[in-house]
Design a protein around this ligand. Sequence first.
Ligand code: CUA
Length: 411
Amino acid sequence: MKLNTTKHRHSGTRRRPITRPIAAAALGATLLTGCQQANQSLFIGDMSSAYNREIWWMSVWAIVLSIIIFVGVSYALFYTVQKFREDRHDAPPAQFHGNNRLEVILVAVPVIIVFGLSILTVRSMAILNPTPEQATKIDVLGKQFWWNFAYPETTSDAGGVVTNGNEMIMPTKQPVALTITSGDVIHGFWAPNIGGQRAAMPAVQKTWQVDTERPGAYQGNCSQLCGASHANMRYKVVALDQERYDATLAAMKAYRAPEPAPGSAEARGYALFMQGKSSTGAVSCAACHRVQGTPAGGVAGPDLSFFGTRRTLGAGMWEAMTDKKWEDPKAAKQLSDWLKNSPRVKPGSLMPTYDGSEYRNTKGELVKGGTLTDAEIDDIAAYLRSLQLPEEADYWRGSPVIGAGATGGNQ
Ligand code: CUA
């Protein structure tokens, strides 16, 4: 192409102020659609949710009303300016004081407008706020920087309420009552496909409902600035049809972590997970994590009972959206990096390090981490991968990832 002429160079210089915003917009689009592992995008206005439909129609009415007001006020303005132009009226305007009719109209019209908009809002609140008794109940706990989802109506056969970290399973076609709280600072629960956002506040429990008609995996993010890894405080919502949801919950209820075969990598990993390695200062995983059906009952970190079924790591920072999950070489590397030094890959993570480097513990003190060899890290990874629900209860299987980019999906 013969672009290198003086003329073109000049027009190029002049064009620069336009190309810059375009480049910025393109960059923005890239960032929004995501160019990393976790490349699912959020979008609002998903009409598969009754909650969203209600909010949508309320907004449409409010916008239509605003347009009518805008047109009315604009008309009155232009009409007055045109009618009382100075060049048509040489004489000074008539001087008068007080016009009761006009004053009443000017007060009454805004009152009617505000009243109309309030009716719309109150109507939507009356529809959306009460949570039906029979709604499925899920307790949501936000912490720096991850989420725990507990099913208070389902107590596991091994003891304790069924709980999953960072992946929320919900039934479709019915209201789901979320009771949301926080273990530290204020977080924001926001999975726009299934409803609006709600603050997760410490010592406060708020219940409100979400729903969707479409089975699939949806993206959720923390929507309240909460610290170093606010942007890495993600989660997935996997909506399943009632039958599959019930089967999954039943499998979770019956689940006991598989007992590793003696001498296997899983068995070595199990021992490290439960006891750590005191000779090198490596603290046990069980102190902070729970694994259903084992002595591990820690609650400082996410529940790991179904880790091998999960397809997200580090609260959705990394995804393994293939059937190989954490066996996939790239995902396996992420898992091992995570286990060795989680605060390095996720700023603000409170997990101890296992490569000897310093980390901040839950009290905020800088302490020296213990050490594990690469082989030992691999053993722990093997144990974590073995924590799988039976295949028919794998909630990811066949769940379309809604809003995923071209490289996303789990088919
Ligand atoms: Cu939690 Cu932002």
